[in-house]
Structure formats: structure tokens, C-alpha cells
Design a protein around this ligand. Structure first.
Ligand code: SF4
Ligand code: SF4
Length: 139
């Protein structure tokens, strides 16, 4: 009885899997694994221990410390996706190197650049000049 035909693309998928395994083995052979510098951090003084962040993390990177009644991020597991940052009702989590203040500063910078170029664009299009930008929120 002939062997069943392999699905189309089988060899390509197998080659990709072997390449991925080789890359992982190369990292393990180095004796250490580099992780992203961007990861979330819990401010313990603001954390109420509600555990909402524990539920939403897609990488199971947040643990709950029963003794302190606070959540903690395991930085080696965190991928910096920001889901917990957006979820926390107490604003107790921030992305390291990606704080709220830094994000607001980037938004302000983009909007100011846009405003400074809007006057010349208005001449061409007749569109109204954008309203002035509000000051950044504290924090
Ligand atoms: S969601 Fe915020 S307040 Fe709740 S446990 Fe997590 S860090 Fe603490
Ligand atoms: S940033 Fe994403 S991966 Fe990191 S702890 Fe929060 S939800 Fe998990």
C-alpha cells in the first residue's frame, strides 16, 4: 500500500521548523537569553491587588504575591505588549522606557509638527487651522 501523500508545503514548513529550532538552540548554547528591554513594571504603592492584570496577560507574565497583596511582572516573560498597562484601573503599571509621559510627549510632538505645517497646507486646501494643543496631563 503506497504511503499517503504529504500535504502541499510540507517540506517548506518542516524546513522553517528546523530553522526555528536551530535558532533557539543557538541561543541556549550561548548560556544566556537576551530579552526585550521594554517590559511592564508594577508600582507597588499604587497597586490595589485587584488582579485584573493577571487575567489579561497573554504571556502569563504577571504573578500575584499573596503576602504583599500586590501583582508583580516577571520581566523575563513580559513581551511589553501593554495590555496590562491599558487594563489596570489604578494606573499602577507602566511600560519601562514606554511610560505614559513618554507616549504623551510623542503625541504632542507629532501634533505640534502637524500644526506648524498646517498653515501652509491650509493655503493650498482652504482647511481650517487645527486648534491649539492642550497641556499634557500630570503624571
Ligand atoms: S490591575 Fe493594577 S491594581 Fe490590579 S493587581 Fe494589576 S497592577 Fe494591581
Ligand atoms: S506588557 Fe503584556 S506581556 Fe508584559 S506583563 Fe503586561 S500584558 Fe503581560
Amino acid at each position: 500500500m503506497p504511503a499517503p501523500a504529504r500535504p502541499e508545503g510540507h517540506s517548506r514548513v518542516g524546513a522553517q521548523a528546523r530553522a526555528a529550532a536551530a535558532r533557539i538552540l543557538a541561543k541556549i548554547a550561548r548560556g544566556h537569553i537576551e530579552t526585550e528591554a521594554i517590559f511592564a513594571e508594577v508600582h507597588p504603592d499604587r497597586c490595589s491587588g485587584c488582579r485584573m492584570c493577571n487575567e489579561v496577560c497573554p504571556y502569563s507574565a504577571i504573578t500575584y504575591a499573596e503576602a504583599e497583596r500586590r501583582s508583580q511582572v516577571v520581566s523575563a516573560l513580559c513581551k511589553g505588549c501593554g495590555t496590562c498597562v491599558a487594563t489596570c484601573p489604578a494606573a499602577a503599571i507602566e511600560g519601562r522606557h514606554f511610560t505614559d509621559a513618554q507616549i504623551y510627549a510623542q503625541i504632542r510632538g507629532v501634533l505640534q509638527w502637524d500644526s506648524s505645517h498646517a498653515s501652509s497646507a491650509s493655503c493650498a486646501t482652504g482647511a481650517p487651522t487645527p486648534a491649539p494643543i492642550s497641556p499634557a496631563p500630570a503624571g
